[in-house]
Design a protein around this ligand. Structure first.
Ligand SMILES: Nc1ncnc2c1ncn2[C@@H]1O[C@H](COP(=O)(O)OP(=O)(O)OP(=O)(O)O)[C@@H](O)[C@H]1O
Length: 247
């Protein structure tokens, strides 16, 4: 299987401190992957590099069947190439309805010159319904986004990202602040999304990671410390010592 995302030998330093240290890593086209690691391991910096927010000092980052280099592309271009990023806090338009949020997301997915004269067509409204359905919000289309629960807002934002039809979705701590029922629904959603695209989840909550039932990559000091099932990585003595406190 060829990789969808291939990160090879990347390093990045901030004021002489190596936050990412010769990191190599790859993700398949329809794969669910969890990234865990203690505070400061480099998880956020890794996502910043993939999305073009931070430029590595060395190494390569390639994406897609043609293995195009993402280095040198700006954030908007990388998003158009098919990489969506969900930050921890939901950023939906609270005063707009769920439907209008999704319409705006569809509009944003169009190229800039078309946006100017864009009005939703019947096919777009059908797409809005499909997106809402995909994240379990089909019954909430007329509601203001501000009235939704925290979990529902997170799902709405995921649906807004799906409007851009990403091939890779990076999701930062989706379980934070959710009720147990919302967590369960989020697990099911991420598993289902990863059937047709790659989904990378950065998460601290080990129960949540366990339920994702996927390959886990443990980062430590900017490099991969261990990779495999959660049981496999949590049995690794180095992983245990890193999590129990650094020597
Ligand atoms: N812009 C920056 N300037 C200076 N240092 C930075 C910058 N960004 C990250 N770092 C440092 O790089 C290291 C890796 O940070 P990063 O945020 O990627 O870790 P993380 O694994 O996401 O941690 P957490 O789980 O706490 O979010 C940390 O020591 C952090 O202080």
């Amino acid at each position: 299987m060829t990789a969808l995302l291939e990160v090879s030998g990347i390093s990045v330093s901030f004021d002489g401190f190596r936050a990412i240290n010769n990191l190599s890593f790859s993700i398949g086209p329809a794969e669910l992957r969890a990234i865990i690691g203690p505070n400061g391991a480099g998880k956020t910096t890794f996502m910043d590099i993939v999305t073009g927010k931070t430029r590595p000092d060395e190494g390569s980052v390639t994406f897609g069947p043609r293995s195009i280099s993402l280095l040198g592309m700006n954030e908007a271009r990388i998003a158009r190439e098919g990489i969506g990023r969900k930050f921890q806090r939901p950023t939906v338009f609270e005063d707009q309805s769920v439907q209008d949020n999704l319409i705006l997301a569809l509009k944003a997915a169009r190229s800039p010159w078309r946006v100017l004269f864009w009005a939703p067509k019947p096919a777009d409204l059908i797409r809005v319904k499909e997106l809402a359905q995909e994240v379990g919000l089909a019954d909430h289309l007329p509601r203001k986004a501000g009235e939704l629960s925290h979990g529902q807002k997170q799902w709405l934002e995921i649906a807004m990202l799906l409007a851009q039809e990403p091939r890779l979705l990076l999701v930062d701590e989706p379980a934070a602040g959710m009720t147990p029922a919302e967590r369960e629904q989020t697990t099911a959603l991420l598993v289902s999304l990863a059937k047709t695209r790659a989904v990378v989840v950065v998460e601290h909550d080990m129960d949540f990671v366990r339920r994702l039932n996927c390959r886990v990559t443990v980062l430590h000091e900017g490099a991969v410390l261990a990779e495999g099932s959660l049981d496999h990585v949590t049995a690794n003595p180095q992983v245990i010592s890193v999590y129990l406190g650094r020597g």
